[in-house]
Design a protein around this ligand. Sequence first.
Ligand code: HEM
Length: 359
Amino acid sequence: MIEQLYAWLDQRIDLSGLQHFIAEKTVPVHRYKVWYYMGGITLFLVGVQVFTGILLLLYYRPSSEEAYESVKFIVSQVPFGWLIRNIHSWSANLLIFMAFVHLFSTLFLRSYRKPRELTWVSGVLLLFVMMAFGFSGYLLPWNELSFFATKVGTGIAGAVPGVGHFMLRFLRGGDDVTGATLTRFYGLHVAILPAITTLILSFHLLLIQRQGMSVPPSVERREKAGEKTPQMPFFPHYVLHDLMWWYVALAVLAALALVLPWELGKKADAFAPVPAGIRPEWYFLAMFQVLKLLPAHILGLEGEMLGVLGFGLAATLLLLLPFLDRHAADGRSSRLVTVAGAAALVYMVVFTIYGYLAA
Ligand code: HEM
């Protein structure tokens, strides 16, 4: 019966071609191979978000009157609702953390070089989309902290020269953060961003399957000198390794969700005084802290506007990195990329900690 079904499908969708591809696919084995698993862990966490997000969707109500109450209901009345919400919140943070680990590892190992330029570009876009998921999801419980942080965050979008005011109104659905903003963020979070993610992620994964794994420049040099890099079969060896890492990620997630419940806080009140310690999620803190430190005016221009322009420029450089690396063609390790990558990493760690302590 199974053989007949296989033959039936094979005649229609070339299953044996796929089977050959998987059977022949191998992954290089060298001292940096642990970094190959970081993308896989990120992918696993995307799956966790989809699964827990759909469950939350069954009870969540996207209006300023009911959002907070519905989340309260989920964590106090719905069986295991607290667990699902905790996992969704923790996994979101872990996902962005792992996406950064994956980004820096592919940067330092030069995986973005030919022919993987588009894999890098699609990866950077995925990171931005993940951050937009975080930003929009933060408002959904409609609590005090998220309400005021969204006010500040969307206010920063207003500082973009030329289109700032349009962007601010577009994001807020008006001049202020209201129920209209919540409806917008909800639509973004559960429909628009998932659709964009599906498209870009499919492209990212398709490219990886077609190109196979890259090897870092040091291993490539040895290969050019005639040394053979050992390989491991993709199936089942690499897949089993991947699964082991997913299991580790799940254990970390479960421990965090059980030991450190995600706070719900007080319901948002637009007329309440701004509470102390308003700050964005940790992955925006490094940027937020710089904007806070900038003087109101620099050389006659608005400080915040210059800061926002600076981050826009940094994001563009990151996106175009494969085309800016001058040693991409000759295979040498570019020192400038290593220094810029290390400086970005140090800046992010130092300013995120600083942002926490200063809030
Ligand atoms: C939702 C976010 C992302 C997911 C789910 C994801 C998933 C994956 C997976 C499963 C792999 C294959 C295993 C590996 O090499 O780690 C991979 C490879 C790759 N990813 Fe991502 N990725 C994401 C974000 C990013 C980001 C932010 C970047 C960098 C800007 C990036 C750049 C790359 C590159 C260059 C490769 C090829 C690595 C190689 O061939 O050695 N990805 N990604």
